[in-house]
Design a protein around this ligand. Structure first.
Ligand SMILES: Cc1cc2nc3c(=O)[nH]c(=O)nc-3n(C[C@H](O)[C@H](O)[C@H](O)COP(=O)(O)OP(=O)(O)OC[C@H]3O[C@@H](n4cnc5c(N)ncnc54)[C@H](O)[C@@H]3O)c2cc1C
Ligand SMILES: *[C@@H]1O[C@H](CO)[C@@H](O)[C@H](O)[C@H]1NC(C)=O
Length: 354
């Protein structure tokens, strides 16, 4: 799954009263799950002077439905998990909007795995390969935890390297197709390029649970974002949402932040939360002025939330690449900003040495 990401640039406010009255306190770039969840958290804390700038003509981001011959199909996120020891906040949200879903997992995989030349693999063979893959996953989790315990060195390996250390990497076509369901499918990248430390143990399943809910709702999974947004964009709310506003330049200093959009508009505020994906940030679509004072290597392997900053925040990494991760990161980033606004310490500000 494509990486969820969020950054926050906390810029101290030294605005004159007159200027502050005209400009919103906070600009949120991006109206996907993380941006909307951040805005809602700010709103509930009494920070309601918010402007949300969204590049596309809709809210929802990578939660996107399409019509296929009269049926709704999901183009982005489709599943959420339940049943684990830690409550998945999406379960509650789904209940509130009566989201239709059914449990859909790989339990039938042994009866649905076909040979290249046609015909099914014998069920027993598939079950055996799947058992090996499951034990290998456990080894990968153990090995990843061991790597993480080494606080002195930032050592990491690919998932494939770890599978080789286990001594049983997937080799045959059957082993590889089963491995696909265990790894490639979750990470949207092959195991040879995927960081072990940032994927194992798989918190999504260990914490939020093994029951995958496949959303099959005519309103689409995106209805969750619309539901959250409706609570802050209701009549009389000072929160503004502007669609088709592509942020191209974000200039920040001690006196605030100024954002230029593709259509030539300029917006100023005291703070900004940028919720664009790592992919967008890597593409240089948005020019930061001054450029972000961070090791650009971080962009390749971390969700952007890590950048705010200092990294210790391993938790923000947990549900990376999932809707629940986006939702929780939005809340966490907004809470950091609330702390900052209340004068209890500005993470971004300090770490970025603005
Ligand atoms: C094909 C696919 C399948 C997936 N399947 C699942 C799944 O089954 N379960 C699951 O939990 N997760 C899944 N995910 C991941 C999940 O969709 C994302 O983690 C989550 O939606 C990310 O939310 P976000 O708010 O962080 O980012 P986004 O949804 O990307 O939101 C960012 C928003 O910022 C806007 N933006 C970007 N740049 C700018 C700019 N310069 N100016 C203004 N606005 C800008 C974008 O238009 C977008 O609306 C899947 C993702 C994909 C792509
Ligand atoms: C993983 O660690 C657990 C707990 O230490 C241990 O019981 C288990 O055998 C290990 N599994 C593998 C495959 O190494």
């Amino acid at each position: 799954m494509a990486a969820m990401s969020l950054i926050s640039l906390f810029v101290t406010l030294l605005f004159s009263a007159a200027k502050a009255a005209q400009s919103p306190s906070v600009i949120v770039v991006g109206a996907g799950m993380s941006g909307i969840s951040a805005a809602k958290t700010l709103y509930e804390a009494g920070i309601k002077d918010i402007l949300i700038l969204e590049a596309s003509s809709r809210i929802g981001g990578r939660m996107l439905k399409a019509d296929f011959s009269g049926y709704t199909v999901e183009m982005g996120a489709n599943w959420y998990n339940s049943g684990g020891p830690v409550a998945n906040p999406l379960v509650d949200l789904a209940k509130k909007v009566n989201l239709k879903s059914y449990i859909n997992d790989y339990s039938n995989i042994a009866e649905n795995t076909y040979k290249q030349e046609g015909g099914l693999y014998p069920k027993k063979d598939v079950e055996k390969v799947d058992e090996v893959a499951t034990a290998r996953d456990e080894y990968c989790s153990n090995f990843s935890k061991m790597l993480s315990r080494n606080k002195k060195k930032d050592v990491d390996v690919s998932i494939l390297a770890s599978q080789r250390l286990y001594g049983r990497p997937p080799l045959t076509p059957l082993e590889m197709v089963i491995d696909f369901y265990h790894n490639d499918y979750e990470d949207a990248e092959p195991p040879k390029v995927t960081s072990l430390k940032h994927t194992y143990p798989r918190a999504q399943f260990e914490e939020h649970g093994e029951y995958p809910h496949f959303v099959m709702d005519p309103r689409g999974f995106e209805v969750l974002v619309q539901y959250l947004a409706s609570q802050i964009l209701k009549k009389g709310s000072p929160v503004q949402l502007k669609l088709k506003k592509v942020a191209r330049e974000i200039a920040y200093s001690k006196s605030g932040v100024t954002i230029k959009t593709e259509d030539g508009s300029t917006y100023s505020a005291n703070y900004v939360i940028v919720s664009a994906s790592v992919g967008v940030l890597q593409s240089d679509l948005i020019q930061f002025k001054p450029t972000l004072p961070v090791d650009t290597n971080l962009f390749q392997s971390f969700p952007f939330a890590e950048l705010h900053f200092g990294c210790g925040e391993h938790n923000s990494n947990k549900f990376l690449g999932y809707v629940d991760g986006a939702y929780l990161e939005g809340i966490a980033t907004a809470n950091d900003l609330i702390k900052c606004i209340k004068g209890k310490g500005c993470k971004g500000d300090k770490n970025m040495e603005v």
